[in-house]
Ligand binder design. Sequence first.
Ligand SMILES: [Zn+2]
Length: 293
Amino acid sequence: MADKLTKAVTSNGLIRIYAVNSKDIADTAQKFHNTMPLGTAALGRLLTGAVLMGNMLKDEDTSLTLQMHGDGPLGRVLAVANSKGEVKGYIENPTADLPLNRIGKIDVGAGIGSGYLSVVKDMKMKEPYIGQVPIQTGEIGDDIAFYFAQSEQIASLVALGVLVDRDYSVKQAGGFIVQIMPDCDEFNLKKFEKSAEKITSVTAMLEKGLSNEEIIREVMQDFEVEILEETDVCYCCDCSEERMQRAIISLGKKEIQDIIDEQGEAEIVCQFCNKSYVYDKNRLEEMKNEAKR
Ligand SMILES: [Zn+2]
């Protein structure tokens, strides 16, 4: 069963909500990166947030990179998403481990540590948009909500959850983002805040087997909602022979010659999906000739 993302709006048009079931995405990431539960939870949450934010991008050609630059044992964690529902991620220290936190949960906040969250929207041919905010709790959902408030002036509720099974695979993963539109009046805002107090954790809802639509209706229980669309989402890497070649060519003639002299061939492993690309001496010579400097 493929992961799905569902977008909805209250019938008064004042509040938007996006929900995603990202179990396959988080599980694929766990297998690609061989993460321990701490890394699985952190990377899974970030990928879930990124795929939700990717859906908000208006332009087909835009990609979004979410990056947690924290000083915790996990190191740098990043996720790249686009508007087509594709997301991929990377984690610096996948096997970092920490004891459970005070409430018996995986301590993602301590794993990330303090630092900043950056959001880069890369629009082809245009200057990228870069937003940066200090990490609040490192739990990722809170940090993304803080980013929306600070950088985009949108009040949001962001809930992201990953449940790791005993065999280290992903048992449940998903999340939702509620966004209060700027024209929302005080009455509806208060009404939402009141209804939000009743929301249980997203992993609890996933464990109960709720679908995206059921999660949306539960979160927005005091409102009438209209489901706008449902789309497929996946952990998909867009690396290619051509892209890797361009990366080698960009190293320049001297650097390529060094690789030929020292290793005779080059192997590049994609940091997002572990796919390996090998180039022998002849190919490297060709690339050296193509290099401009
Ligand atoms: Zn790849």
